[in-house]
Design a binder for this molecule. Structure first.
Ligand SMILES: O=P(O)(O)OC[C@H]1O[C@H](O)[C@H](O)[C@@H](O)[C@@H]1O
Length: 558
């Protein structure tokens, strides 16, 4: 990689020189100018069932060329090669980030530091497959000999969001043998989700999957402990509970063993799989339970196809590269610090949440790869919702607020194949969804300058539209991998490490210390006044201001 600071590269300055023009220029005017007739073709790409139209973004072919030159100057092709070949791209943790290896076909080979990683990956897939067939065939039995009717996945962050997204989005692809099995997700540390769920389940027929790369995340372990306590209301022996009703998925087998999960119930993965990139590993077990192993493999195949495109397509036609460059252009050069993710298909409701972790945890950084502060904006704030619902909620800000926001509109073209009356009514609804999708991106771009006062619509909100034929496991695999690589591309241009999350680690450490204060094992005397006050209120069990600030309470805490 070039040793020059990014902002000193001449290619960076060339891009920066174009920015003021595009901060002023209105997209409405862009479409009216000479040359606009070629704009759509210049700023659209298709690949393997996907159409990516970024002609509603605030740029033209000339800016795109400068961005591509910047990508070359930042040695993006080399960065892509390093990622896919298993180099230690995660510098601060000195390891590879090899999620792409998890989707390699069994016939391929990938030698990383002297060892072919593919056989172990496929051995782990066979183990998953074995577990999945035993559960589907009702051969996996609880302590009392009953078959499993409900699986509860306990995990958080990367050990939860990916499987949750895939199972919710693709539920209709469940094969017949999986239809009787209910798969649930529990993540929150406060126990709410678990408590609500346990009211409806029976210990004898419930199986818990404890998913944690580190097997030390307190959110997950505290939910697991509550689940064990609940099981013990019927079955007293902890070891038998863990043998018949618990599966562990982790990169730390020794910790699963110490916890009491027998080896036969463990699925392992590797340190070189980042948490937010782990749904392709054993962490995807709930997906395989819901979609069958064949469905899970289609998801992997879609992601692998995107990896191949990422590795081979020229930069100018490479979808993740283009998306990453647009991200850098918008946030760093145009100063657009909001990014909305707007799927026009309720099956993708969790896609925005999934991407908030993927993007903000990866690229929410303010130091470069060497730990030096950087002088440009990186990851924007992402959020999103099913687009058609969000139209009735936060779109007001997109239309008339003061913030520029870039939007990703995402929609399948086809849905509902039923021929009956309900089928045609549903097809009509799908058409309405698409009409809304196109209408919104158009209005956000053009605005309406003829209206005044409360009716004034500024417009000029840039967006990309990603259309695909239909939502399938393969397609979702492609989509997720597309965004994974987009994140990597942007990180390469920003010269940051997208694979660590020291901010989150600090939060975990401080939470543990704060809990020690609450249990009386540590003192809060060095804490700030606000936190001391809140601790007093909690210790008191009442949110009354007078009580909280009384001298007696202060003494009790210190
Ligand atoms: O899988 P685990 O080790 O339990 O970690 C779960 C999650 O916790 C963290 O705080 C990280 O920020 C996430 O990236 C991770 O996915």
């Amino acid at each position: 990689m070039s040793s020059k600071a990014r902002s000193q590269l001449s290619e960076w300055q060339a891009v920066a020189a174009q920015a003021p023009i595009w901060q002023q220029r209105h997209l409405r005017d862009v479409w009216g100018t000479k040359g606009a007739s070629t704009r759509t073709a210049e700023l659209t790409r298709t690949h393997d069932g996907l159409l990516f139209d970024f002609s509603k973004q605030r740029l033209d072919a000339s800016v795109l060329n400068d961005l591509l030159a910047l990508a070359e100057a930042c040695e993006l092709p080399r960065a892509i090669e390093r990622l896919l070949s298993g180099d230690r791209v995660n510098q601060s943790e000195d390891r590879a980030a090899l999620h792409t290896a998890l989707r390699l076909p069994a016939t391929s080979q990938l030698v990383v530091e002297g060892e072919d990683v593919v056989p172990a990956i496929h051995a782990s897939l066979s183990r998953m497959s074995d577990i999945v067939s035993r559960i589907h065939a009702q051969q996996w039995r609880g302590v009392t000999g009953e078959a499993i009717s409900d699986v509860v996945s306990i995990g958080v962050g990367g050990s939860d969001l990916g499987p949750y997204l895939a199972t919710q989005s693709l539920a209709e692809f469940a094969p017949p043998e999986a239809r009787g099995l209910h798969v649930h997700f529990v993540s929150s540390i406060d126990g709410t989700q678990l408590a609500d769920l346990l009211d409806h389940l029976r210990p004898e027929t419930t199986l818990f999957v404890v998913a944690s790369k580190s097997f030390s995340t307190i959110d997950t372990l505290s939910n697991a402990e509550t689940a064990i306590a609940w099981m013990r209301t019927r079955i007293s022996d902890r070891a038998r509970i863990l043998r018949h009703h618990f599966i562990g998925v982790s990169a730390k087998p020794e910790k699963m063993t110490a916890y009491g999960i027998p080896q036969s119930n463990q699925i392992r993965f590797w340190d070189w799989v980042g948490g937010r990139f782990s749904l392709w590993s054993g962490i995807g077990l709930p997906i395989a339970l819901k979609l069958g192993m064949a469905g899970f493999k289609q998801l992997l195949a879609g992601a692998h196809a995107m990896d191949t495109h990422f590795a081979q397509a020229p930069l100018a036609d490479n979808l993740p590269v283009l998306m990453g460059l647009l991200q850098v252009w918008n946030s760093t050069f145009l100063g657009i610090n909001g990014q909305a993710i707007l799927p026009y298909d309720a099956r993708l409701k969790l896609f925005p949440s999934y991407l908030t972790q993927l993007e903000m945890e990866s690229n929410g950084k303010s130091v470069d790869r060497l730990g030096k502060p950087i002088d440009y904006a990186t990851c924007p704030i992402l959020w999103g919702e099913v687009g058609s619902n969000a139209q009735h909620a936060f779109y007001q800000l997109l239309h008339q607020g003061t913030q520029p926001v870039a939007c990703d509109f995402i929609a399948p073209i086809r849905r509902y194949s039923r021929d009956d009356d309900t089928g045609s009514s549903l097809q009509h609804q799908q058409q309405l969804a698409l009409a809304n999708c196109l209408a919104q991106s158009r209005v956000l771009m053009l605005g309406d300058a003829t209206r005044q006062g409360h009716h004034y619509y500024r417009g000029n909100q840039p967006s990309s539209t990603l259309l695909f034929d239909e939502l399938t496991p393969y397609r979702l695999g492609q989509l997720i991998a597309l965004y994974e690589h987009k994140v990597y591309v942007a990180s390469a241009l920003w010269n940051i490490n997208p694979f660590d999350q020291w901010g989150v680690e600090l939060g975990k450490k401080i939470a543990t210390a704060t809990h020690s204060v609450m249990t009386g094992a540590a003192s809060a005397e060095d804490y700030d006044g606000s936190t001391q006050q809140l601790l007093r209120v909690i210790a008191d069990g009442r949110a009354g201001w007078e009580r909280a600030s009384s001298r007696a309470d202060k003494e009790q805490l210190s």
